[in-house]
Write a protein that binds this ligand. Structure first.
Ligand code: GLN
Length: 497
């Protein structure tokens, strides 16, 4: 009998549509898998068995009535706990929202439901999406299914771990500085940060509004494209949502090709701090692109050197403002409200008790950077650097169609290794941050295992804004060539739990 949890999303949808299996059977197989192994992985903060089975039954009923099913109808999905879900807890990995049941669905949640995708539950994440390891979750860390003593990436480690441990064939992440791509890289999965504004932020708890972008996570490039298409598109409820047609991502994923494509290798994404095995796999990928008919050129984006510094001023500044709404009065946790204290005191006690150390660090950093005496020196300078980075991209894309780099400088590091060293943690996003600052589209896909530790390595592809389809065209070509030559690391070599 086929193990329903090992199939791709596209295969699962086809089997449901043809009646070979039912959506309920598929949902149940995944819920059983979660019940059996998630104790070890801790990918989920909340499993919604009832909701999932009801959604699956609705798909089977539709089919029985002869209604047309969408391309992902009945496929289970793990949703990052940053998107509001009506009637289902949403915590953002924080104590400050513990027990909060949102009264409404995020636009993305609505679109998943409209596509008849079955939401299994909400996944673990670094508190307010601040982190690169999921160790900052107020509910305990998630483990990397490849090695349970290691991190699954962050902030969306729950989503990537759910995919890599076959608890769900699809997942949703959010990427402010790399939180979709970095977890994808270290778990051997595919993750895409769409062009900024490509997927609605309405109902997605805000961290840094000018950078935050929701996007698809999957085990294959085609699955990611199918999910991308289901969630993308203009939303009048999000003022930064792009009012333009969704790039033809599925068509691109079905027609992988790099012949004649100009590929840029950015010089700045290499050097000190990059693991040898990561660079080896990356260089092999570049060689593969050449063999497949791409023209590879090396180029320089000098301002990328300052991307990390600019990000760690801009993101905290925006978060210090966004997180002001968690005041203990509107929703979520309230501490110290015993009738004797003022609203200010209650707010202060609530924030003291509800936010973890990294969130507090960022609020303080951001408040400082925005203060009148330092605004120009810090926030103002960071915004100028952001413009320089955008110009570097513009210059690069005048010469090449896509840029490639390793997604992360290293493979998954041990849980605890960087927990007390914020700077070391921040370095995990060295290669992913520039695309957030400029608003470009970017993907991470597996490019083998590092020889020294046998852990997954990610290849990052960056495309200009609104050219998300290019990622899928290149990604599909690389994935196919890779699988033919070396096999698919996750599907063939991932450890069984
Ligand atoms: N790791 C980065 C940070 O801590 C990025 C997080 C994200 O993309 N949400 O801010």
């Amino acid at each position: 009998m086929t193990d329903l949890t090992r199939l791709t999303a596209a295969e699962t949808a086809a089997k449901i549509a043809s009646g070979e299996t039912s959506a309920v059977e598929v949902a149940q197989a995944h819920l059983d898998r979660i019940a059996a192994i998630d104790e070890k992985v801790h990918a989920f903060l909340h499993v919604d068995s009832e909701g999932a089975l009801a959604a699956a039954r609705a798909v089977d009923d539709k089919r029985a009535r002869g209604e047309k099913l969408g391309p992902l109808a009945g496929v289970p999905l793990a949703l990052k706990d940053i998107f509001t879900t009506e009637g289902v807890p949403t915590t953002v990995g924080s104590k400050i929202l513990e027990g909060w049941i949102p009264p409404y669905d995020a636009t993305l949640t609505k679109r998943l439901k409209a596509a008849d995708i079955v939401i299994l539950g909400k996944t673990n994440m670094d508190e307010f999406a601040m982190g690169s390891s999921t160790e900052n979750s107020a509910y305990g860390p998630t483990s990397n299914p490849w090695d349970l003593t290691r991190i699954p990436g962050g902030s969306g480690g729950g989503s990537s771990a759910a995919l890599a441990s076959f608890q769900a064939p699809l997942a949703i992440g959010t990427d402010t500085g790399g939180s979709i791509r970095q977890p994808a890289a270290v778990t051997g999965t595919v993750g895409v940060k769409p062009t900024y504004g490509g997927v609605s932020r309405y109902g997605m708890v805000a961290f840094s509004s000018s950078l935050d972008q929701g996007g698809p996570c999957a085990r294959t490039v085609l699955d990611a494209a199918l999910l991308h298409e289901a969630i993308a598109g203009h939303d009048p409820l999000d003022s930064t949502s792009i009012d333009a047609p969704v790039p033809p991502v599925v068509e691109a994923a079905r027609n992988g090709d790099v012949k004649g494509l100009r590929v840029g290798v950015v010089k700045e994404f290499a050097g000190e701090g990059y693991q040898a095995g990561v660079m080896q796999r990356f260089n092999e990928s570049v060689e593969l692109l050449r063999e497949l008919g791409a023209e590879v050129v090396e180029l320089s984006c000098p301002s990328f050197t300052y991307a990390l510094a600019a990000y760690y001023l801009i993101a905290p500044s925006e978060c210090s403002s966004n997180l002001a709404r968690f005041d203990g009065l509107r929703y979520g946790l309230r501490t110290g409200d015993d009738g004797t204290r003022s609203a200010e005191e209650v707010t202060s006690l609530t924030r003291e008790a509800g936010f973890g150390p990294e969130v507090k660090r960022r609020i303080m950093l951001g408040t400082y950077a925005l203060s009148s005496g330092y605004y120009d020196a810090y926030y103002g300078s960071a915004q100028k650097v952001r413009t320089l980075i955008t110009r570097d991209f513009e210059r690069a894309f005048a010469d090449v169609d896509v840029l490639v780099s390793p997604t992360t400088p290293t493979t998954a590091f041990p849980i605890g290794e960087r927990a007390d060293d914020p700077m070391a943690m921040y370095l995990a996003d060295l290669c992913t941050i520039p695309a957030n600052l400029a608003g470009n589209a970017a993907m991470s896909l597996p490019c083998g295992l590092a020889p020294e530790d046998g852990l997954p390595v990610g290849l990052q592809i960056i495309a200009p804004a609104l050219a998300d389809d290019r990622l899928y065209r290149v990604g599909a070509a690389v994935e196919a060539a890779f699988t033919t030559r070396w096999g698919h690391p996750l599907l063939e070599e991932a450890p069984t739990l």
